[in-house]
Design a protein around this ligand. Sequence first.
Ligand code: NAP
Length: 404
Amino acid sequence: MSTLLHQLPRLLKVKAPSPIISTLIHRHNYKSKSHILLPLSTSISNAASAATTTRSIATQSVVRAAAASPPTAPPIMVKAIRVHELGGPEVLKWEDVEIGEPKEGEIRVKNKAIGLNFIDVYFRKGVYPVSTIPFTPGVEAVGEVIAVGGGLTGRKVGDIVAYCMNPMGAYAEEQILPASAVVPLPPSVDPIIAASVLLKGLTAHYLLRRCFKVEPGHTILVHAAAGGTGSLLCQWANALGATIIGTVSTEEKAIQAKEDGCHHVIIYKEEDFVSRVNEITSGQGVEVVYDSVGKDTFQGSLKCLKPRGYMVSFGQSSGTPDPVPLSALSPKSLFLTRPLLRHYTETREELLKAAGELFANVSSGLLKVRVNHKYSLSQAAQAHADLENRRTSGSVVLIPDAAW
Ligand SMILES: NC(=O)c1ccc[n+]([C@@H]2O[C@H](COP(=O)([O-])OP(=O)(O)OC[C@H]3O[C@@H](n4cnc5c(N)ncnc54)[C@H](OP(=O)(O)O)[C@@H]3O)[C@@H](O)[C@H]2O)c1
């Protein structure tokens, strides 16, 4: 109220306490998000009368606004994380946001679990551009359908669905999604497990099965082998019959990487991984490097490859690698790719096929999903800080506070 009192003369474009015969007051109508201009006749002679006047303005505005427009349903508000400026974890704010009703082809989903991914950090910092600010981060979640828009969505209220990548906005209690973006969740897969594995598991799928096809007899190098994506890459590649060399930063992570099927683990903070790969492969090198670390490992990774080897640079947890001249590839006729998941799940058919294979491997136990860290959704900033500071291993999930 005191803020309003101080702003009143400016709003009224007069110097209080001089009398005002007639002016206009601007009142924001929260529901319709329109602005209504109402006539006002009054005078302000001191702060006390201004307070009274302000109260009466508010009352008058409500009455007249109600008379002018038909009643509308109250907005549906949910809690969500919002980013108003790019920066560190502290820019992740816990706020009330309005959510609409699903339109044609859309569904409204009440999230049960939200996957945390390194790409969320890139968007928050501005490494990858966002289309609007403020925005709600998050590109992976599992939830229950609670409303369905018009048209053929193929979904009904009560379905449990999972999605990843598009659209952004998963750090919310509820969100509106295109029905075509979600995949049904088999009852054998727990929602928290699904939110921990969908994006990272689809990534492991395309990296091992399509980007470079790993076969028995191959030797492969996986950086950040104890990370969310790394853990799945190692398990899956092991099942495909490859020999796996993994890099990690700590002894604790080395133990996990071994459990996940790494045949050799290098602690790359202490050992030179290029020399170690050379030793392990008797100077032959590896068929493929899956490099998600980027700046710190990229050049060394090229050195670990066999002639005609594949450099798959799929992330940059340590920063963007320096530009590579084409001539860097010719000494060993190397292949270099910088792939993105979305280009391997462009069609609905591709998405459903890959998700089906992934969930089948989770259900059969071939892939053990390590949900090593859970945070309530409102604590997303802490989760980001831990992920960025290499304090996490396996997958990290955010649980909406009501279910926490
Ligand atoms: N292109 C795609 O389609 C695609 C899809 C999914 C993920 N990705 C990328 O894959 C990478 C892994 O994602 P994720 O969500 O599974 O994360 P994550 O691997 O669980 O976490 C990142 C890990 O990177 C390692 N790392 C090395 N240097 C680091 C540094 N300077 N700062 C922070 N971490 C560092 C750390 O492991 P150590 O402590 O063992 O070094 C850390 O735990 C990310 O770069 C992500 O963008 C790409």
